[in-house]
Design a protein around this ligand. Structure first.
Ligand code: 3EB
Length: 343
């Protein structure tokens, strides 16, 4: 986490909540939505290991009866580094695509891709958090961008398996999950080396997507009406350069959350994400299903070893997710995490 930005993101839903885990996957669900965390130790065969990782993810959502992905957050150590001569993000893409193909067939896989993000982290684990539902969301493209799953092979042996946004199914409310968004139009990176132009291109992409999203008017607020923006910066020193222009562009109302992270293409300096603090999945209750996402720099091993009572926890250097049943459990857990100096 950079600067003094507030890190926490909280997801509410109707109870009662069940928490469980199987193998590398831990989750919480309330019968309508499932939120999960999955970590796989990487040992030098990334495409294979990513395929196993997403096979476990897809097996879990199918077995638990939540087969429709809504949003996927990926944290990949050394995302731009080479492994056996290939960039690790590209190996990740190959493995992820293979897992979708294996489960749904090449023809069926595309319809399963959801909103997503993939940023760098460090440490030894590929970490993925995901939200999934019983019935399908509406997966959206961006008119300014080629579908990522149709990118030409310049970006790796297999294109990335995600869509630009996913609108949650009606019974979960009008939550619009936006993918991580960067300075890409068509399929090409724009404004290499020019931070502020990348910022503007990215904002333009988000505005275009919001304007084109189907649904009744006023369902998709324009940018200044967002609560919170997350900004992943490759270079922490860019914080000062980006802060003011972004503020001028989006207005004074939003909370900004800056995180230092590598972005999936080496020429990209930043990526924007739209967290949804206080988002309600499902109608009513302030019981909690799947909870607070805290993105920052954690010491993963230490965080995993923490015993946090009713809260399940997973962490990468890039972040921490808490799957809890009640808000005060989360508050207590976050206090512990702060006391231990994990963030
Ligand atoms: C892009 O548009 C930029 O691989 O899951 C954004 C969101 C990006 C998700 C992913 C990658 C992913 O291609 C990078």
């Amino acid at each position: 986490v950079l600067g003094h930005s507030s890190p926490a993101e909280t997801w509410f839903a109707e109870g009662p909540v069940r928490r469980a885990s199987h193998g590398p996957v831990a989750w919480a669900e309330n019968g309508a939505v499932l939120f999960a965390s999955l970590a796989s130790r990487l040992q030098g065969n990334l495409a294979e290991e990513t395929a196993r990782h997403f096979e476990a993810l897809l097996a879990t959502v199918e077995e638990q009866g939540f087969p429709h992905l809504l949003r996927v957050w990926n944290f990949l150590p050394g995302i731009n580094e080479l492994e056996n001569g290939t960039e690790r993000y590209r190996l990740f893409n190959a493995g992820r695509a293979a897992a979708f193909d294996a489960r749904y067939g090449v023809a069926g896989a595309e319809a399963r891709f959801s909103a997503s993000s993939a940023v760098g982290s460090s440490g030894a684990h590929l970490v993925t958090w995901f939200a999934a539902a019983k019935s399908p969301g509406l997966h959206l493209g961006n008119p300014r961008q080629v579908h990522a799953f149709r990118y030409p092979t310049d970006y790796g042996p297999r294109p990335p398996s995600f869509t630009r946004a996913t609108l949650a199914p009606p019974e979960l409310g009008q939550v619009l999950f936006l993918s991580g968004t960067a300075s890409i139009s068509g399929h090409e990176t724009r404004h290499v080396g020019k931070l502020l132009l990348q910022l503007e291109e990215t904002l333009h992409n988000i505005e275009t997507l919001l304007a084109a999203a189907p649904g009744e008017a006023a369902k998709f607020p324009d940018l200044p009406a967002f609560d919170l923006f997350r900004v992943y910066l490759r270079e922490s020193a860019d914080l000062e350069l980006v802060c003011e222009p972004l503020r001028r562009r989006i207005g004074p109302g939003l909370a900004l959350h800056f995180v230092e992270a590598d972005i999936c293409r080496a020429e990209l300096a930043l990526e924007l994400d739209r967290p949804q603090p206080g988002a309600v999945l499902g109608v009513g209750g302030d019981d909690l299903v799947a909870h607070g996402v805290h993105v920052g720099r954690a010491q993963a091993q230490d965080a995993r070893a923490l015993e946090l009572g009713a809260v399940a926890l997973d962490a990468a250097d890039a972040g921490l997710v808490l799957l809890a049943e009640q808000l005060d459990h989360v508050a207590a857990a976050l206090d512990r995490v702060r006391e231990e100096g994990l963030f």
